[in-house]
Design a protein around this ligand. Structure first.
Ligand code: SAH
Length: 241
């Protein structure tokens, strides 16, 4: 389906090749074709091909990456999925809003990634921290779903949302920043804070993680990132004099 060409499902460090095949099948059934694999334990594999059935073309076109950043660099909206709540809560995406938010983004020609974790350990805090939102699929019990079941539910919500009659087609004044631009901004803030000797290294608390969350929550556009980077460069220059 054409509307989903800028949508990417990212599987991080999947252990079982059969699960990768089952995810490809689930995606394909909802017209979603772009699959990125970050350090899969075994790929390509006969088992994933067997489990993919009609989703074989999704597998054949899958991209392989060494790390999550590489897979989501160009994305303007990144949603991480996890059953677990975190001690430092990340901005949450309600499943009921998922289809609308993603389809509105795709209509604006933004790039969207949905990130899924490893079967045994899920997404760690570092990987979830690279996402703009955390999506928790509500369950009655046993909150941890099989990876491909989680993929199927998310894919179906997005598919349903694509035919919604109340999608806003309003474009943004300026395009949202990409994941890479936000990561570079965070790096730059950290560098300037180091130059200022701002961090109490004996007692760092959660300052870096809180700053990261603040940047992700703000949904900055490219122009705003440019302004902030300009201010930081100016500060950096003065501090290095
Ligand atoms: N034991 C792991 C669960 C891994 S399940 C943990 O504690 O996190 C494999 C992946 O499926 C997860 O990383 C997540 O991407 C997805 N998933 C499973 N259940 C989910 C749920 N209820 N909500 C959102 N994502 C879920």
């Amino acid at each position: 389906m054409k509307i989903f060409q800028n949508l990417n499902f990212v599987l991080v460090e999947t252990s079982h090749p059969g699960n990768i095949g089952a995810c490809a099948r689930a995606m394909n059934s909802m017209g979603i074709c772009n699959l990125s694999l970050v350090n899969p334990k075994e790929f390509p594999s006969k088992e994933s091909e067997a489990r993919a059935k009609s989703g074989r073309k999704v597998l054949d076109q899958a991209n392989i990456h060494d790390n999550l950043n590489e897979a989501i660099n160009t994305s303007n909206l990144v949603i991480g999925t996890s059953a677990r709540s975190r001690s430092m809560p990340w901005p949450m995406m309600e499943i009921n809003n998922l289809g609308k938010v993603i389809n509105e983004s795709l209509v604006r020609k933004e790039k969207v990634s949905i990130v899924f974790g490893n079967e045994a350990v899920g997404l760690d805090n570092e990987d979830l921290g690279k996402c703009d939102f955390h999506l928790q699929i509500p369950t009655s019990e046993d909150s941890s779903l099989n990876l491909s079941h989680a993929v199927q539910i998310v894919a179906h919500e997005i598919y349903k949302g694509s035919s919604s009659s109340d999608l806003s087609t309003q474009t943004r004044e300026v395009e949202l920043a990409s994941s890479q631009q936000k990561e570079k901004l965070i790096e730059h803030i950290e560098l300037v804070l180091e130059l200022l000797d701002f961090y109490d290294h004996q007692n760092p608390k959660q300052v870096p993680a809180r700053l990261r969350r603040l940047i992700k929550r703000m949904q900055l556009d490219k122009l705003e990132i440019g302004i902030l980077r300009g201010i930081l460069s100016n500060l950096e220059e003065r501090l290095n004099k």
